[in-house]
Design a protein around this ligand. Structure first.
Ligand SMILES: [Zn+2]
Length: 255
């Protein structure tokens, strides 16, 4: 049975993923999410429903537009497959539980944030506000008011920690070391992961981000590198491993 659900969540993930790509690409530009429908960037050919099927349409058309034979980036099927994989992972970690709803919401936000940060180096307030409201409602309905209150406290704490890090970083590097979006993103991380695990995810992000950033900085001198994707990766690791303070302390004191 598990395997059927895995396949189902994978497919749902690819469908949502192809929509999130539209959101991540169009929302920061202030474009409508619904019209015009998806089209080939090369020849403006409007995609038919058959051409919109995630991954498969790309494979069937050998990565080319049906109309102009222009190349369609490999990024699309890889991105859609990654979304499918993340949705499947949500199911595998949380099962068919109420928490699964929170997991899918949180993962969806991370996917969109990574995209907008990657495309435009911004994390739009609209995205954060939408998901903060969705998560607050979900936490309240699933866990009740007491848990929600505690979660909000963690969110404010996580935001505060990142805000201090930003002030410190800006002073140290004498320029904006971190975007405001990254700081606001920590509010959502705090809400879902709790403040201590948010700090762990920031730490993970720095470890993961530093070597990659150094390589990229060398290649594209002077260009800024978004920190959001690393923060998101750190958060996903913490989230899917379901790390908590007790596990972490026992892991660290074991050695
Ligand atoms: Zn085309």
């Amino acid at each position: 049975m598990t395997i059927y659900f895995c396949i189902m969540f994978f497919i749902i993930g690819t469908i949502f993923g192809s929509f999130y790509n539209v959101v991540g690409y169009r929302l920061p530009k202030g474009e409508s999410l619904l019209s015009p429908g998806s089209h080939c960037p090369n020849c403006n050919h409007r995609l038919s429903p058959l051409e919109l099927i995630p991954i498969f349409s790309w494979l069937l058309q050998h990565g080319k537009c049906k109309n102009c034979k222009g190349k369609i980036a490999l990024f699309y099927p890889i991105f859609e497959a990654s979304c499918g994989f993340l949705f499947m992972l949500c199911y595998l970690v949380f099962g068919l539980s109420l928490e699964l709803i929170i997991a899918l919401t949180f993962t969806s936000m991370i996917i969109i944030v990574v995209l907008t940060d990657y495309y435009y180096m911004i994390i739009p307030d609209e995205v954060l506000i939408f998901f903060i409201i969705a998560l607050i409602v979900e936490i309240y309905l699933i866990f009740g008011l007491k848990t929600l209150g505690l979660s909000l406290l963690h969110a404010i704490l996580a935001f505060g920690v990142m805000f201090l890090l930003k002030i410190f970083g800006d002073k140290m590097f004498k320029r904006e070391a971190m975007g405001g979006g990254d700081v606001k993103l920590m509010f959502v991380f705090g809400l879902v992961l709790g403040a201590p695990m948010t700090v762990v995810s920031i730490f993970l992000a720095s470890i993961l981000g530093l070597p990659i950033s150094l390589i990229l900085m060398h290649k594209k001198r002077g260009e800024e590198i978004p920190f959001g994707p690393y923060l998101s990766l750190g958060a996903l690791i913490v989230f899917f491993l379901q790390l908590d303070l007790d596990t972490l302390i026992s892991l660290l004191t074991f050695y």
